[in-house]
Design a protein around this ligand. Structure first.
Ligand code: UDP
Length: 484
Protein backbone atom coordinates (compact mmCIF):
# COMPACT_ATOMS: atom_id res chain seq x y z
CA UNK A 1 0.00 0.00 0.00
CA UNK A 2 1.29 3.43 -0.87
CA UNK A 3 1.70 5.91 1.98
CA UNK A 4 0.17 9.32 1.42
CA UNK A 5 2.58 12.15 2.23
CA UNK A 6 0.71 14.78 4.23
CA UNK A 7 1.13 18.36 3.06
CA UNK A 8 -1.06 19.69 5.80
CA UNK A 9 0.61 22.33 7.94
CA UNK A 10 1.33 21.40 11.56
CA UNK A 11 -1.41 22.08 14.10
CA UNK A 12 -1.43 25.55 15.66
CA UNK A 13 -1.37 25.61 19.47
CA UNK A 14 -2.49 28.69 21.37
CA UNK A 15 -0.53 29.17 24.62
CA UNK A 16 -2.17 31.62 27.05
CA UNK A 17 -0.27 32.18 30.34
CA UNK A 18 -1.11 34.07 33.49
CA UNK A 19 0.85 37.27 32.78
CA UNK A 20 3.30 37.09 35.71
CA UNK A 21 7.00 36.19 35.81
CA UNK A 22 6.74 32.59 37.03
CA UNK A 23 3.92 31.40 34.73
CA UNK A 24 5.28 33.29 31.70
CA UNK A 25 8.64 31.69 32.38
CA UNK A 26 7.38 28.13 32.30
CA UNK A 27 4.78 28.57 29.56
CA UNK A 28 7.20 30.31 27.22
CA UNK A 29 9.55 27.38 27.71
CA UNK A 30 6.74 24.98 26.89
CA UNK A 31 5.92 27.10 23.82
CA UNK A 32 9.53 26.84 22.67
CA UNK A 33 9.53 23.06 23.22
CA UNK A 34 6.41 22.68 21.08
CA UNK A 35 7.92 24.87 18.37
CA UNK A 36 11.18 22.94 18.53
CA UNK A 37 9.23 19.75 17.81
CA UNK A 38 7.60 21.31 14.76
CA UNK A 39 4.23 22.60 15.99
CA UNK A 40 3.01 26.10 15.13
CA UNK A 41 2.57 28.18 18.28
CA UNK A 42 0.76 31.42 19.07
CA UNK A 43 1.81 32.87 22.43
CA UNK A 44 -0.97 35.11 23.73
CA UNK A 45 0.18 37.57 26.37
CA UNK A 46 -1.29 40.74 27.84
CA UNK A 47 -0.12 43.99 26.21
CA UNK A 48 1.63 45.01 29.42
CA UNK A 49 3.61 41.81 29.96
CA UNK A 50 4.46 41.41 26.28
CA UNK A 51 5.93 44.92 26.21
CA UNK A 52 7.97 44.22 29.33
CA UNK A 53 9.38 41.06 27.78
CA UNK A 54 10.31 43.03 24.66
CA UNK A 55 12.00 45.64 26.83
CA UNK A 56 14.23 43.17 28.67
CA UNK A 57 14.86 40.33 26.21
CA UNK A 58 15.45 39.78 22.52
CA UNK A 59 12.88 37.01 22.43
CA UNK A 60 11.38 38.28 19.17
CA UNK A 61 14.60 37.48 17.30
CA UNK A 62 14.85 34.08 18.96
CA UNK A 63 11.29 32.95 18.27
CA UNK A 64 11.25 34.24 14.69
CA UNK A 65 13.56 31.34 13.92
CA UNK A 66 10.69 28.90 14.59
CA UNK A 67 8.36 28.55 11.58
CA UNK A 68 4.82 29.65 12.39
CA UNK A 69 5.65 31.12 15.83
CA UNK A 70 3.57 34.20 16.62
CA UNK A 71 3.26 36.59 19.56
CA UNK A 72 -0.22 38.09 19.99
CA UNK A 73 -1.56 40.32 22.74
CA UNK A 74 -4.82 40.79 24.60
CA UNK A 75 -6.01 43.40 27.10
CA UNK A 76 -6.06 42.50 30.79
CA UNK A 77 -8.97 44.90 31.23
CA UNK A 78 -7.13 47.13 33.73
CA UNK A 79 -6.37 50.84 33.32
CA UNK A 80 -2.95 51.74 31.86
CA UNK A 81 -1.71 53.19 35.14
CA UNK A 82 -2.43 50.04 37.17
CA UNK A 83 0.89 48.89 38.73
CA UNK A 84 0.48 45.15 37.94
CA UNK A 85 3.32 44.48 40.38
CA UNK A 86 3.67 42.71 43.70
CA UNK A 87 0.50 40.99 44.85
CA UNK A 88 -1.72 43.27 42.72
CA UNK A 89 -1.32 40.27 40.39
CA UNK A 90 -4.55 39.03 42.00
CA UNK A 91 -6.35 42.03 40.46
CA UNK A 92 -4.97 41.03 37.06
CA UNK A 93 -6.34 37.50 37.52
CA UNK A 94 -9.79 38.73 38.55
CA UNK A 95 -9.87 41.24 35.72
CA UNK A 96 -8.96 38.72 33.01
CA UNK A 97 -11.48 36.20 34.35
CA UNK A 98 -14.27 38.77 34.32
CA UNK A 99 -13.39 40.94 31.29
CA UNK A 100 -11.74 38.79 28.65
CA UNK A 101 -14.36 36.25 27.68
CA UNK A 102 -15.77 37.96 24.60
CA UNK A 103 -12.44 39.22 23.27
CA UNK A 104 -10.92 35.75 23.72
CA UNK A 105 -13.79 34.21 21.77
CA UNK A 106 -13.53 36.83 19.03
CA UNK A 107 -9.81 36.15 18.69
CA UNK A 108 -10.44 32.43 18.28
CA UNK A 109 -13.18 33.02 15.70
CA UNK A 110 -11.04 35.42 13.69
CA UNK A 111 -7.95 34.43 11.75
CA UNK A 112 -5.84 36.75 13.88
CA UNK A 113 -4.18 34.05 15.97
CA UNK A 114 -2.68 32.34 12.91
CA UNK A 115 -1.09 33.29 9.62
CA UNK A 116 -2.78 33.34 6.25
CA UNK A 117 -0.37 30.78 4.84
CA UNK A 118 -0.47 27.49 6.70
CA UNK A 119 -3.28 26.84 9.13
CA UNK A 120 -4.78 30.15 10.29
CA UNK A 121 -6.96 28.59 12.96
CA UNK A 122 -6.11 27.34 16.43
CA UNK A 123 -6.46 23.58 16.80
CA UNK A 124 -5.47 23.24 20.47
CA UNK A 125 -5.51 25.65 23.44
CA UNK A 126 -3.08 25.41 26.35
CA UNK A 127 -4.21 27.87 29.01
CA UNK A 128 -3.06 28.64 32.54
CA UNK A 129 -5.60 26.78 34.67
CA UNK A 130 -6.28 29.94 36.70
CA UNK A 131 -8.28 31.01 33.60
CA UNK A 132 -9.72 27.51 33.22
CA UNK A 133 -13.40 28.48 33.59
CA UNK A 134 -14.19 30.92 30.80
CA UNK A 135 -11.62 29.51 28.38
CA UNK A 136 -13.01 25.97 28.71
CA UNK A 137 -16.57 27.25 28.13
CA UNK A 138 -15.43 28.87 24.89
CA UNK A 139 -13.24 25.97 23.78
CA UNK A 140 -16.15 23.55 24.26
CA UNK A 141 -18.51 25.85 22.38
CA UNK A 142 -16.06 26.10 19.46
CA UNK A 143 -15.06 22.41 19.65
CA UNK A 144 -11.38 23.17 20.20
CA UNK A 145 -9.47 20.79 22.48
CA UNK A 146 -8.23 22.56 25.62
CA UNK A 147 -5.49 21.59 28.05
CA UNK A 148 -4.99 23.32 31.42
CA UNK A 149 -1.41 24.12 32.38
CA UNK A 150 -1.06 24.37 36.16
CA UNK A 151 2.05 26.32 37.07
CA UNK A 152 1.92 25.15 40.69
CA UNK A 153 3.30 21.84 41.89
CA UNK A 154 1.01 18.80 42.04
CA UNK A 155 1.08 19.10 45.85
CA UNK A 156 -0.74 22.44 45.83
CA UNK A 157 -3.12 21.47 43.03
CA UNK A 158 -4.18 18.43 45.07
CA UNK A 159 -4.71 20.63 48.13
CA UNK A 160 -6.77 23.07 46.04
CA UNK A 161 -8.88 20.19 44.70
CA UNK A 162 -9.69 19.21 48.28
CA UNK A 163 -10.42 22.66 49.74
CA UNK A 164 -14.20 22.24 49.18
CA UNK A 165 -14.05 19.08 51.35
CA UNK A 166 -11.95 20.89 53.96
CA UNK A 167 -14.57 23.65 54.07
CA UNK A 168 -17.49 21.21 54.15
CA UNK A 169 -15.93 19.35 57.07
CA UNK A 170 -15.73 22.63 59.00
CA UNK A 171 -11.91 22.72 59.07
CA UNK A 172 -11.99 26.22 57.62
CA UNK A 173 -12.04 29.09 58.43
CA UNK A 174 -9.15 29.29 60.86
CA UNK A 175 -10.11 30.02 64.44
CA UNK A 176 -7.05 32.05 65.36
CA UNK A 177 -3.27 31.83 65.73
CA UNK A 178 -3.56 28.97 68.26
CA UNK A 179 -5.24 26.94 65.51
CA UNK A 180 -2.41 27.25 63.01
CA UNK A 181 -0.58 24.03 63.97
CA UNK A 182 -3.67 21.87 63.80
CA UNK A 183 -3.36 19.01 61.26
CA UNK A 184 -5.77 19.12 58.33
CA UNK A 185 -7.74 15.86 58.04
CA UNK A 186 -9.44 16.27 54.68
CA UNK A 187 -6.60 16.34 52.19
CA UNK A 188 -5.99 12.64 51.47
CA UNK A 189 -2.35 11.54 51.60
CA UNK A 190 -1.34 14.61 53.63
CA UNK A 191 -3.14 13.94 56.94
CA UNK A 192 0.06 13.30 58.88
CA UNK A 193 1.93 16.52 58.10
CA UNK A 194 -0.23 19.23 56.50
CA UNK A 195 -1.03 21.85 59.15
CA UNK A 196 -3.37 24.75 58.85
CA UNK A 197 -0.40 27.08 58.32
CA UNK A 198 0.68 24.93 55.35
CA UNK A 199 -2.54 25.48 53.39
CA UNK A 200 -2.36 27.96 50.48
CA UNK A 201 -2.21 31.48 51.93
CA UNK A 202 -5.73 32.39 50.79
CA UNK A 203 -7.15 29.79 53.18
CA UNK A 204 -6.23 32.17 56.01
CA UNK A 205 -9.15 34.43 55.06
CA UNK A 206 -11.71 34.64 57.85
CA UNK A 207 -14.43 35.03 55.23
CA UNK A 208 -14.75 31.97 52.98
CA UNK A 209 -16.24 34.07 50.20
CA UNK A 210 -12.91 35.90 49.91
CA UNK A 211 -12.41 36.39 46.14
CA UNK A 212 -8.77 35.27 46.17
CA UNK A 213 -9.65 32.02 47.94
CA UNK A 214 -12.61 31.52 45.65
CA UNK A 215 -10.68 32.05 42.42
CA UNK A 216 -8.14 29.36 43.35
CA UNK A 217 -10.79 26.89 44.44
CA UNK A 218 -13.30 27.57 41.67
CA UNK A 219 -10.82 27.56 38.80
CA UNK A 220 -9.33 24.29 40.04
CA UNK A 221 -12.82 22.75 39.95
CA UNK A 222 -12.73 23.30 36.18
CA UNK A 223 -9.65 21.08 35.75
CA UNK A 224 -11.60 17.84 35.10
CA UNK A 225 -13.42 19.61 32.22
CA UNK A 226 -10.17 19.96 30.27
CA UNK A 227 -8.96 17.23 27.90
CA UNK A 228 -5.80 17.03 29.98
CA UNK A 229 -3.64 18.77 32.56
CA UNK A 230 0.01 19.73 32.12
CA UNK A 231 2.14 19.99 35.24
CA UNK A 232 5.68 21.32 35.49
CA UNK A 233 6.83 18.51 37.75
CA UNK A 234 8.27 15.00 37.51
CA UNK A 235 7.16 11.58 38.67
CA UNK A 236 10.06 10.96 41.06
CA UNK A 237 9.22 14.17 42.90
CA UNK A 238 5.43 14.01 43.07
CA UNK A 239 4.40 10.55 41.79
CA UNK A 240 2.08 9.64 44.71
CA UNK A 241 0.27 13.00 44.51
CA UNK A 242 0.01 12.78 40.72
CA UNK A 243 -1.70 9.39 41.15
CA UNK A 244 -4.26 11.05 43.41
CA UNK A 245 -4.92 13.83 40.89
CA UNK A 246 -5.31 11.22 38.14
CA UNK A 247 -8.38 9.88 39.97
CA UNK A 248 -10.11 13.16 39.01
CA UNK A 249 -8.19 14.12 35.86
CA UNK A 250 -6.95 10.90 34.23
CA UNK A 251 -4.81 12.49 31.54
CA UNK A 252 -1.88 14.29 33.13
CA UNK A 253 1.30 15.24 31.34
CA UNK A 254 3.99 15.74 33.97
CA UNK A 255 6.75 17.21 31.82
CA UNK A 256 9.02 19.12 34.17
CA UNK A 257 11.38 20.52 35.08
CA UNK A 258 10.62 22.44 31.89
CA UNK A 259 13.78 24.56 31.89
CA UNK A 260 15.86 21.38 31.99
CA UNK A 261 13.70 19.66 29.39
CA UNK A 262 14.21 22.61 27.03
CA UNK A 263 17.95 22.68 27.67
CA UNK A 264 18.25 18.95 26.86
CA UNK A 265 16.16 19.05 23.71
CA UNK A 266 17.95 22.13 22.39
CA UNK A 267 21.29 20.44 23.05
CA UNK A 268 20.17 17.32 21.17
CA UNK A 269 19.47 19.57 18.18
CA UNK A 270 22.79 21.35 18.68
CA UNK A 271 21.06 24.58 19.53
CA UNK A 272 22.01 26.67 22.55
CA UNK A 273 19.76 27.44 25.49
CA UNK A 274 19.08 30.94 26.71
CA UNK A 275 16.34 32.32 28.93
CA UNK A 276 14.18 34.83 27.08
CA UNK A 277 11.55 35.39 29.65
CA UNK A 278 12.63 38.03 32.10
CA UNK A 279 10.22 40.83 32.99
CA UNK A 280 13.07 42.61 34.82
CA UNK A 281 16.45 43.92 33.75
CA UNK A 282 18.98 41.20 34.52
CA UNK A 283 22.16 42.34 36.30
CA UNK A 284 24.93 39.91 35.37
CA UNK A 285 27.60 41.58 37.51
CA UNK A 286 26.87 39.03 40.24
CA UNK A 287 28.32 36.24 38.09
CA UNK A 288 31.78 37.84 38.21
CA UNK A 289 31.43 38.29 41.96
CA UNK A 290 30.41 34.62 42.33
CA UNK A 291 33.49 33.56 40.31
CA UNK A 292 35.64 35.01 43.09
CA UNK A 293 33.93 33.07 45.93
CA UNK A 294 35.02 29.64 47.20
CA UNK A 295 32.85 26.60 46.26
CA UNK A 296 29.53 26.14 48.09
CA UNK A 297 30.01 29.12 50.41
CA UNK A 298 27.36 31.53 49.14
CA UNK A 299 23.69 31.60 50.08
CA UNK A 300 21.58 32.96 47.23
CA UNK A 301 18.62 35.02 48.50
CA UNK A 302 15.66 35.80 46.29
CA UNK A 303 11.96 36.16 46.99
CA UNK A 304 10.83 35.99 43.35
CA UNK A 305 8.89 38.56 41.39
CA UNK A 306 5.84 39.18 43.59
CA UNK A 307 6.77 38.96 47.31
CA UNK A 308 6.51 42.20 49.24
CA UNK A 309 7.96 42.39 52.76
CA UNK A 310 7.75 44.93 55.55
CA UNK A 311 10.76 47.06 56.39
CA UNK A 312 11.11 45.39 59.82
CA UNK A 313 11.26 41.98 58.13
CA UNK A 314 13.99 43.23 55.80
CA UNK A 315 15.95 44.40 58.83
CA UNK A 316 15.54 41.02 60.57
CA UNK A 317 16.92 39.26 57.49
CA UNK A 318 19.86 41.64 57.48
CA UNK A 319 20.73 41.11 61.12
CA UNK A 320 20.44 37.35 60.61
CA UNK A 321 22.83 37.60 57.66
CA UNK A 322 25.29 39.88 59.42
CA UNK A 323 25.41 37.67 62.51
CA UNK A 324 25.74 34.43 60.53
CA UNK A 325 28.98 35.53 58.84
CA UNK A 326 27.91 33.68 55.71
CA UNK A 327 28.58 35.00 52.20
CA UNK A 328 25.43 35.96 50.30
CA UNK A 329 24.04 37.16 47.01
CA UNK A 330 20.79 39.06 47.60
CA UNK A 331 18.20 39.95 44.95
CA UNK A 332 16.61 43.18 46.16
CA UNK A 333 13.88 44.03 43.65
CA UNK A 334 13.05 47.74 43.67
CA UNK A 335 9.54 46.93 44.88
CA UNK A 336 10.55 44.22 47.39
CA UNK A 337 9.75 46.35 50.43
CA UNK A 338 6.24 47.70 50.99
CA UNK A 339 5.95 51.44 50.41
CA UNK A 340 8.68 53.11 48.41
CA UNK A 341 11.45 51.08 49.99
CA UNK A 342 14.37 49.38 48.39
CA UNK A 343 17.74 48.23 49.66
CA UNK A 344 18.59 51.88 50.35
CA UNK A 345 16.59 51.28 53.54
CA UNK A 346 19.18 48.84 54.85
CA UNK A 347 21.05 50.61 57.66
CA UNK A 348 24.48 51.68 56.30
CA UNK A 349 26.32 50.04 59.23
CA UNK A 350 24.86 46.64 58.26
CA UNK A 351 25.86 47.16 54.64
CA UNK A 352 29.34 48.17 55.76
CA UNK A 353 29.72 45.01 57.87
CA UNK A 354 28.95 42.72 54.93
CA UNK A 355 30.67 44.61 52.12
CA UNK A 356 33.40 41.97 51.82
CA UNK A 357 31.09 38.99 51.77
CA UNK A 358 27.81 40.18 50.29
CA UNK A 359 26.58 41.31 46.88
CA UNK A 360 23.22 42.89 46.00
CA UNK A 361 21.51 43.04 42.61
CA UNK A 362 18.06 44.15 41.48
CA UNK A 363 17.45 40.97 39.44
CA UNK A 364 19.79 38.03 38.81
CA UNK A 365 20.10 35.38 36.09
CA UNK A 366 18.70 32.90 38.63
CA UNK A 367 19.10 29.62 36.77
CA UNK A 368 22.77 30.42 36.15
CA UNK A 369 23.29 31.63 39.70
CA UNK A 370 21.93 28.40 41.16
CA UNK A 371 24.17 26.37 38.85
CA UNK A 372 27.29 28.32 39.92
CA UNK A 373 29.77 26.24 41.99
CA UNK A 374 30.03 28.99 44.64
CA UNK A 375 26.34 28.70 45.55
CA UNK A 376 25.64 26.27 48.39
CA UNK A 377 22.16 27.27 49.53
CA UNK A 378 19.02 29.17 48.52
CA UNK A 379 16.88 31.32 50.80
CA UNK A 380 13.68 31.38 48.76
CA UNK A 381 10.04 32.39 48.93
CA UNK A 382 9.40 28.86 47.57
CA UNK A 383 7.74 29.85 44.30
CA UNK A 384 7.33 26.73 42.18
CA UNK A 385 9.84 27.75 39.49
CA UNK A 386 12.44 28.62 42.11
CA UNK A 387 11.98 25.25 43.79
CA UNK A 388 12.39 23.33 40.53
CA UNK A 389 15.44 25.40 39.57
CA UNK A 390 16.98 24.72 42.98
CA UNK A 391 16.24 21.00 42.70
CA UNK A 392 17.84 20.73 39.25
CA UNK A 393 20.93 22.55 40.55
CA UNK A 394 20.98 20.31 43.68
CA UNK A 395 20.97 23.35 45.98
CA UNK A 396 19.28 22.91 49.41
CA UNK A 397 16.77 25.54 50.52
CA UNK A 398 15.49 27.65 53.39
CA UNK A 399 11.89 28.54 52.59
CA UNK A 400 10.15 31.73 53.64
CA UNK A 401 6.81 31.45 51.82
CA UNK A 402 4.84 34.56 50.97
CA UNK A 403 1.55 33.62 49.32
CA UNK A 404 -0.60 31.30 47.18
CA UNK A 405 0.99 27.84 46.73
CA UNK A 406 4.23 28.73 48.54
CA UNK A 407 2.98 27.64 51.99
CA UNK A 408 2.32 24.13 50.65
CA UNK A 409 5.60 24.00 48.73
CA UNK A 410 7.70 24.93 51.73
CA UNK A 411 6.11 22.17 53.82
CA UNK A 412 6.95 19.63 51.12
CA UNK A 413 10.55 20.90 50.89
CA UNK A 414 11.11 20.32 54.60
CA UNK A 415 8.83 17.42 55.56
CA UNK A 416 8.45 15.30 52.44
CA UNK A 417 11.50 15.82 50.26
CA UNK A 418 13.85 16.81 53.12
CA UNK A 419 15.60 19.28 50.84
CA UNK A 420 15.86 22.05 53.40
CA UNK A 421 14.01 23.94 56.11
CA UNK A 422 10.72 25.81 56.37
CA UNK A 423 10.86 29.16 58.17
CA UNK A 424 7.16 29.75 57.60
CA UNK A 425 5.50 32.64 59.48
CA UNK A 426 8.69 33.46 61.37
CA UNK A 427 11.00 36.34 60.62
CA UNK A 428 13.40 36.64 63.49
CA UNK A 429 17.12 37.44 63.28
CA UNK A 430 18.13 34.65 65.68
CA UNK A 431 16.20 31.99 63.77
CA UNK A 432 17.46 33.30 60.44
CA UNK A 433 21.04 33.16 61.72
CA UNK A 434 20.54 29.61 63.03
CA UNK A 435 18.91 28.34 59.85
CA UNK A 436 21.63 29.90 57.70
CA UNK A 437 24.26 28.15 59.80
CA UNK A 438 22.37 24.85 59.76
CA UNK A 439 21.91 24.92 56.00
CA UNK A 440 25.39 26.05 55.06
CA UNK A 441 27.43 24.37 57.82
CA UNK A 442 25.94 22.18 60.55
CA UNK A 443 23.44 20.14 58.52
CA UNK A 444 24.92 20.86 55.11
CA UNK A 445 25.99 17.28 54.46
CA UNK A 446 22.53 15.89 55.19
CA UNK A 447 20.72 18.42 52.97
CA UNK A 448 23.28 18.28 50.17
CA UNK A 449 22.99 14.51 50.00
CA UNK A 450 19.20 14.71 49.59
CA UNK A 451 19.52 17.59 47.10
CA UNK A 452 22.09 15.72 45.00
CA UNK A 453 19.85 12.67 44.83
CA UNK A 454 16.75 14.63 43.84
CA UNK A 455 18.75 16.73 41.37
CA UNK A 456 19.93 13.55 39.65
CA UNK A 457 16.36 12.24 39.40
CA UNK A 458 15.17 15.58 38.00
CA UNK A 459 17.82 15.55 35.28
CA UNK A 460 17.15 11.89 34.44
CA UNK A 461 13.43 12.56 34.03
CA UNK A 462 14.07 14.79 31.00
CA UNK A 463 16.56 12.40 29.37
CA UNK A 464 15.43 10.06 26.62
CA UNK A 465 13.65 7.24 28.48
CA UNK A 466 12.79 9.48 31.47
CA UNK A 467 9.15 10.05 32.50
CA UNK A 468 8.99 13.76 31.64
CA UNK A 469 10.71 13.20 28.29
CA UNK A 470 8.21 10.48 27.45
CA UNK A 471 5.25 12.60 28.62
CA UNK A 472 6.27 15.54 26.45
CA UNK A 473 6.51 13.26 23.41
CA UNK A 474 3.07 11.91 24.28
CA UNK A 475 1.65 15.44 24.61
CA UNK A 476 3.00 16.43 21.17
CA UNK A 477 1.73 13.23 19.59
CA UNK A 478 -1.72 13.70 21.16
CA UNK A 479 -1.93 17.30 19.93
CA UNK A 480 -1.10 16.09 16.42
CA UNK A 481 -3.69 13.30 16.63
CA UNK A 482 -6.55 15.41 18.00
CA UNK A 483 -5.85 18.09 15.40
CA UNK A 484 -5.79 15.80 12.37
N1 UDP B 1 14.06 34.95 38.77
C1 UDP B 1 15.13 35.44 38.08
N2 UDP B 1 15.95 36.33 38.71
C2 UDP B 1 15.75 36.75 39.96
C3 UDP B 1 14.64 36.24 40.68
C4 UDP B 1 13.81 35.33 40.05
O1 UDP B 1 15.37 35.08 36.92
O2 UDP B 1 16.53 37.58 40.44
C5 UDP B 1 13.16 33.99 38.08
C6 UDP B 1 13.33 32.61 38.65
O3 UDP B 1 14.38 31.95 37.97
C7 UDP B 1 11.98 31.99 38.44
C8 UDP B 1 11.02 33.17 38.40
O4 UDP B 1 11.82 34.34 38.30
O5 UDP B 1 11.95 31.30 37.21
C9 UDP B 1 10.19 33.31 39.66
O6 UDP B 1 9.19 32.34 39.63
P1 UDP B 1 8.68 31.64 40.95
O7 UDP B 1 7.61 30.68 40.54
O8 UDP B 1 9.79 31.07 41.70
O9 UDP B 1 8.11 32.81 41.83
P2 UDP B 1 7.11 34.07 41.55
O10 UDP B 1 7.95 35.16 41.04
O11 UDP B 1 6.07 33.60 40.56
O12 UDP B 1 6.56 34.36 42.90
Amino acid sequence: MEHQVSHRPPPRVLVFPLPAQGPVNSMLKLAELLALEGLYVTFLNTHFTHNRLLLHTDMQARFETYPGFLFKTISDGLPDDHPRSGDTIMEVIHSINSESKSIFKQLLLSNELGTSEGNPLVSCIIVDGIFGGFTTDIANELHIPIIHFRTFGACCIWVNMNIPNVIEAGELPVRGEEDMDRLIKNVPAMESFLRFRDLPSFCRASDLTDPNLQVFVQQTLHSPRAQAIILNTFEDLEGPILSRIRTLCPNIYSIGPLHMQLKRRLASKESSFQSFNSLFEVDRSCMTWLDAQPPKTVIYISFGSITVMKINQLIEFWYGLVNSNIRFLWVARLDLVAGDGNHAQIPPELLEKTKDRGFIVGWAPQEEVLAHPAVGGFLTHSGWNSILESIVAAVPMICWPYFADQQVNSRFVSEVWKLGMDMKDVCDRKIIEKMLNDLMVERNEEFSKAANKMGRLARQSVHKGGSSYHNLDRLIEDIRLTSS
